[in-house]
Design a protein around this ligand. Sequence first.
Ligand SMILES: [Zn+2]
Length: 299
Amino acid sequence: MASAQLVTLSTGIHYLPGAVNVGVVGTGSGGCVLIDSGADKDHAKRILKACRAAHLEPVAIVNTHSHADHYGGNAYLQEALGIPAYSPIFEEAILRYPILEPITLWNGARPPVALQNKWLLAPASGTKILNEAGLREIAGVALELLDVSGHAHIQFAVRVRDVLFATDAVFGAVILQKYPLQFMVDVQHVREAIETVRSNKARVVVPGHGEPTGDVDNLCDANLAALERASSAVLIACGEAATLPEVLERVCAMLEVTITDLTRYVLNQTAVLAHLTDLEERGLVQLKLTRNRLLWTAV
Ligand SMILES: [Zn+2]
């Protein structure tokens, strides 16, 4: 999985392939802006090495959202290079207080040690706030930030000339197959984010995870299909009144998902809750409190 070399996507625009893709945009004067910073310190070191091998020195980081695999390299790079990072409003609070992520996934309570791992908890990083989508110049590089929220509460994709770094608005085909229940917090916003990626008409789209592609329609269709498949499974799971753990268990059986650790369990649980909220808002399921049990039922 570890890659040592930048791959060029367009003139001055590169990425470092990996478990999470990192964008590298040249400033034209020997510097580069990183789109996300990798999962951890080791990943950050590989990014720095790859940039320097291409005679590019990182001068700023743009974090697309607050998931640890996208900002885990910030602390190392900021300390080593003294460079600024930028992240979306709201999300930046989690970069400053990373424990908020496992706390949120544990219903607000102090999370168990098993949830305080590098997948959910990266070192804290102070960042400048990106208040809204739109055109933005960072370190002399013209970027267009697109609102692709839904996978995270606020998430920005980054368009640079003919390349769109779509981050986790869309996943590559292999990732969709591996994780049939994609993580999301707002299902309707994810639907809209996929259409934002489609209508942006970039020549190349780089998903946060998976292979870059020029076949954007196909990528967007596959992501929408996966979303609606998960949504249908959640609706079917509510055919007989069920608690959240029961809905999750039924959905996993239908999508052939086997959960082997607590991190995956809480991530899948949140994804199912996001679908339940969406279905409830569309009038397709009902939530009822009966004898101290919260039950979801298809209408
Ligand atoms: Zn993410």
